[in-house]
Design a protein around this ligand. Structure first.
Ligand code: SER
Length: 596
């Protein structure tokens, strides 16, 4: 069974059991600042698990794209991935343990559906502790379905309890389903949950049975819910009789592409981990960039995770002696694989490829230099009694060469070194403190920071405004502008998405004005006169009687408070990084000036 056949079968099975199919959601959670990414199928459904009525009813089924980076160091083993998909069925105060487990069992073992042999199935249930009793009810259901006691494992809270999202709230025991791969047990204590690879976890049924109260007690819920999550890649691997998720079709396709590009063989164990890491990370990067709420590589939040993944993939590419750009080609493979299920990847194809290439280019320049720097200090470090990379060195690698600290850690590990993470955090915090002082000022409105970069970006905003009107038409009006030392953001009226050609044309026009080294001049006049002279002014009264009019050569004339550069020549190269919808009829552009 292929991944797509598994997806279809799951939905079909639960629809046949009166579930309504609902759409999965964005990878970037809405209204939840506590996590960076959607980590499980249940995530977007939390309000409904908490009691909110769902418009599609009380029995739901879906598939959800998920990202978990907590296990990133495990990536490359048989089962861990940073991006994966979760199939899920949901009971919102409808059925509970008996029906949920019975349906799981039928879907797993019936020949009409997945057809796993019942003998290959092991399950775990909650063992109970001082606070909550053992989940004998789930165990009884498994037993009644024919799973013998020796394959029903009672495990503690850390294995079989799904805690509330916060300190209080719905929670309960879960029962996890494992396929026995037939490998020899690694020892006497080998059991489901052991990392040796004998037992492959594929599905988890969570029973929201209690509410944890503020005083720490657990009170049975009146409206009990079921949240289940089946890992699509893991289950496909087991259905296909493979040892690892990397042997399933979407991965093997990427792996052979990497083999072609690098000339290195996956069958050689020296290459395998790097190849696996690249396949995992490129998938995740494509899904983050291509998400409905797409994110750019940056040094913050989701953007930082994206940057880490891309940069780590590049470094592993270099380990395989891939010298040039390779990520956009691999991204193309991922987009083809998933574009029917996730059309946003196709919609954002140009953006995904462009951003990957740009990040690759940025990091390629500094990766070599950073590695050289690292190698230079290596002999001395290895000679020292306590071979640890000092925090300030890790920070220098981060700040000067763009090495995410986790990458430096990995490099250190490969060379038998530790790293002073605390020292790094200190150096980093000091740097944050300094840049925060700048940032606080930035958003107070207008241009609070008059640094060279911000000023140049401000002038670029005027050039962009005029270029947009030239390319798209005079209906384009500025709606908002926000400038930081790193980028400009410009909102303007326009009814539709700009085409790649239009974006290119706008970039070319702006860059032509920069290259022409135009003078920027300012005159003070009345708003009426400014308008009569054709100056762009969209904020009417806001400007009062007398206004400043900034002209950039003969190209642009705009009412504005300034400041601006004196001439355009040294501003650098203008590049649009993103064009997206801001609100109805309003588009938003993010752009930067490079190499200035
Ligand atoms: N929330 C559970 C999990 O993530 C089941 O969906 O495993």
């Amino acid at each position: 069974m292929t991944i797509e056949e598994l997806r279809t079968a799951y939905i079909k099975f639960f629809v046949s059991k009166n579930h309504r199919q609902i759409n999965g959601k964005s990878l970037i959670p809405e209204n939840d600042p506590t996590v960076l990414f959607t980590t499980a199928g249940m995530h977007p459904l939390v309000p409904y698990l908490l009691g909110e009525e769902h418009p599609s009813g009380t029995r739901l089924v879906d598939f959800q794209k998920c990202i978990r980076t907590g296990d990133i160091d495990e990536v490359g083993d048989a089962s861990h991935l940073t991006f994966f998909e979760m199939l899920g069925n949901w009971s919102l105060g409808d059925y509970f343990k008996k029906e949920a487990i019975t349906m799981s069992y039928e879907f797993l073992t019936s020949f009409e559906w997945l057809g796993f042999s019942p003998e290959s199935l092991s399950v775990t249930v909650f063992k109970g502790d001082g606070e909550v009793a053992a989940d004998t009810e789930s165990a009884d259901v498994w037993r009644s379905l024919g799973i013998p006691d020796e394959r029903i494992y009672f495990l503690p809270r850390k294995d079989n309890w799904w805690g509330p999202a916060g300190a209080t709230g719905p929670c309960g025991p879960d029962t996890e389903m494992f396929i026995d791969t037939g490998k020899e047990p690694c020892g006497d204590t080998c059991r489901p949950g052991c990392s040796c690879g004998k037992y492959f976890e594929i599905w988890n049924d969570v029973f929201m049975e209690y509410e944890k109260k503020e005083d720490g007690t657990y009170v049975p819920l009146e409206r009990k819910c079921v949240d289940t999550g089946m890992g699509i890649e893991r289950t496909a691997a087991m259905l296909q009789g493979k040892d690892s998720v990397y042997e399933t079709e979407y991965f093997t396709e990427l792996i052979s592409e990497i083999e072609t590009i690098s000339g290195k063989s996956y069958s050689s164990s020296g290459n395998r981990t790097s190849i696996r890491i690249i396949t995992d990370h490129i998938r995740t990067a494509v899904f983050i960039l291509g998400d409905e709420r797409g994110v750019l590589p940056s040094n913050l939040g989701q953007g930082y995770i994206l940057r880490r993944l891309i940069r780590r993939a590049i470094r592993h590419g270099r380990k395989l002696d891939i010298e040039g750009s390779f990520l956009p080609v691999l991204a193309g493979v991922v987009i083809e694989q998933y574009k029917n299920v996730y059309p946003e990847l196709e919609d954002n194809r140009a953006f995904i490829l462009k951003e990957l290439a740009a990040e690759e280019e940025r990091f390629s320049l500094t990766l070599k230099k950073g590695e050289k720097e690292f190698e230079k200090m290596l002999p001395n470090l290895l000679k020292s009694k306590n071979p640890v990379i000092p925090g300030r060195t890790a920070f220098k690698l981060y700040d000067t060469y763009g090495f995410p600290v986790e990458l430096t850690e990995e490099l250190a590990r490969e060379n038998g070194l530790g790293i002073d993470r605390e020292g790094f955090e200190k150096a980093f915090a000091k740097h944050q403190e300094l840049s925060k002082k700048g940032a606080d000022k930035l958003f107070k409105g207008g241009l609070a920071d008059h640094s060279e970069m911000t000023t140049a970006l401000h002038t670029a905003t005027h050039l962009l405004h005029k270029a947009l009107r030239t390319v798209l038409g005079d209906h384009v009006q500025q709606k908002g502008s926000n400038i930081t030392v790193e980028r400009l953001r410009f909102d303007f009226t326009h009814p539709e998405k700009m085409t790649p050609e239009q974006i290119q044309e706008v970039e070319d026009i702006v860059n032509a004005q920069i290259e022409a080294d135009l003078p920027v001049t300012m005159e003070v006049m009345s708003l009426d006169e400014a308008k009569a002279r054709g100056a762009l002014a969209f904020f009417g009264d806001k400007y009062g009687e007398q206004v400043k009019v900034y002209s950039i050569g003969d190209f642009s004339k705009e009412v504005c408070g300034g400041p601006h550069v004196e001439r355009t020549g040294k501003m650098g190269h203008f590049r649009i990084k993103k064009e997206q919808s801001s609100s109805a009829g309003v588009r938003r552009i993010r752009a930067v000036l490079e190499n200035s």
